[in-house]
Design a protein around this ligand. Structure first.
Ligand SMILES: [Zn+2]
Length: 307
C-alpha cells in the first residue's frame, strides 16, 4: 500500500448550522466518490489519533487552546466569528484533524506508505497562532510540519497551498523560517484579504484575478514555483489541498477543473520522487461544491497513489 487515507468519525460530527457550506456532507461526498470510482479499495484507511497539547502548542498559543476549551459548548452553538462556529463535537474533531497528519508522517517514516491524504475537517490553513478564523480552529498542516521538523530533523520542507483562499495562518507560522519553502496560488482580493506585509523570501505567493483558469495555473507552477522548488530540493512535501478554485464552486471565483488538480498533483509527485523519497502528506482544506469536491479529491488521490 502506497497511499493512506486518514480520517476520524468525529470529523463528521462537527457542524456549524444547516446553512454553512463547510458541512459534514463534504466528507460524505468524498467518501461516496471514492467508493463509486473504485478507489476506496485501493487505499489503506487509518483512523487519526487526536493531536496532543504539545503538538498543538508548537504553532498555537496556550491562550488560543484555552479560549477554544472555554468556548466549546455543552449544547447548541458557540460563534467565534460569523463564519467559525463550535458545536459540542468541534473541539474533539479539531484535535482529531490536527493529529491526522502526524499519523501519516509516522507511517511514512516507517516506510508503510509514501503518500497520504488526510480527509479531515475542520480545515486548518486560516488558523493563526492565536486565532480561529475562516472555518479553521487548529492549523492541521502547520502542526504536522512542526512535529516533522522536531521529530525527524528535516532541513527542507515544502508547503504547497492551492486553495482559492490564501493560507494566511500557515504563512504567519512559517514566515522567514529557512527550513520551509511555501508556494501558494490563490484568488486576489477575497477572504482572508490579508497578506503578509513582510513576507519572507521563503514565501512564494502568487495571487491571481477572478476567472483565472487551469492554463495559467499550470504556467505559474512551471515558471514560478518549480524553479524555486528545484533549487530548494525539499525532503518532504505537505499540501493544503483546497478545491474551492474549481469552476463549479460558489465560494471562489477561479476556473479550475479537476484535471488541473490531477496535473498539479502529478507534478508534485514527480518532484517528491526526485527529492523527497516520494513523501507527500496532503490535507483537505476548502471545496464546497459537493460533486466537484468528490471528483477533485478522487483525481488528487489517484495521482498521489500513482493509479
Ligand atoms: Zn478556501
Amino acid at each position: 500500500m502506497q497511499t493512506l487515507y486518514i480520517t476520524h468519525p468525529e470529523c463528521r460530527l462537527h457542524e456549524m448550522g444547516d446553512w454553512h457550506p463547510e458541512s459534514p456532507f463534504r466528507l460524505d461526498a468524498i467518501n461516496d466518490h471514492l467508493i463509486s470510482s473504485g478507489l476506496q479499495g485501493l487505499l489503506e484507511e487509518r483512523e487519526a489519533l487526536p493531536a496532543t497539547e504539545v503538538d498543538i502548542l508548537r504553532v498555537h498559543s496556550s491562550k488560543h487552546l484555552e479560549y477554544l476549551r472555554k468556548m466549546s459548548p455543552a449544547e447548541g452553538y458557540a460563534e467565534l466569528d460569523p463564519d467559525t462556529i463550535m458545536n459540542p463535537h468541534t473541539l474533539s474533531a479539531a484535535f482529531a484533524a490536527a493529529g491526522a497528519g502526524i499519523v501519516a508522517v509516522d507511517a511514512i517514516m516507517k516506510n508503510e506508505a509514501h503518500t497520504a491524504f488526510c480527509s479531515v475537517r475542520p480545515p486548518g490553513h486560516h488558523a493563526r497562532p492565536g486565532q480561529a478564523m475562516g472555518f479553521c480552529f487548529f492549523n492541521n498542516l502547520a502542526i504536522t510540519v512542526a512535529y516533522t521538523l522536531e521529530k525527524y530533523g528535516f532541513k527542507r520542507i515544502a508547503i504547497i497551498d492551492f486553495d482559492v483562499h490564501h493560507g494566511n495562518g500557515t504563512e504567519e507560522m512559517f514566515n522567514s523560517d529557512a527550513r520551509i519553502l511555501m508556494c501558494s496560488i490563490y484568488q486576489d482580493a477575497i477572504f482572508p484579504n490579508v497578506y503578509a506585509q513582510n513576507a519572507g523570501s521563503n514565501m512564494v505567493n502568487i495571487g491571481v484575478p477572478a476567472n483565472t483558469g487551469g492554463e495559467t495555473l499550470r504556467d505559474i507552477v512551471e515558471t514560478r514555483w518549480m524553479p524555486q522548488l528545484e533549487d530548494f530540493q525539499p525532503e518532504f512535501i505537505f499540501v493544503s489541498a483546497g478545491f474551492d478554485g474549481h469552476r463549479d464552486d460558489m465560494l471562489g471565483g477561479l476556473n479550475m477543473h479537476e484535471s488541473d488538480y490531477a496535473w498539479i498533483t502529478e507534478r508534485l509527485v514527480k518532484l517528491a520522487d526526485r527529492t523527497a523519497g516520494g513523501r507527500i502528506v496532503s490535507f483537505l482544506e476548502g471545496g464546497y461544491d459537493l460533486s466537484a469536491l468528490g471528483r477533485s479529491v478522487a483525481v488528487h488521490i489517484k495521482a498521489l497513489a500513482k493509479l
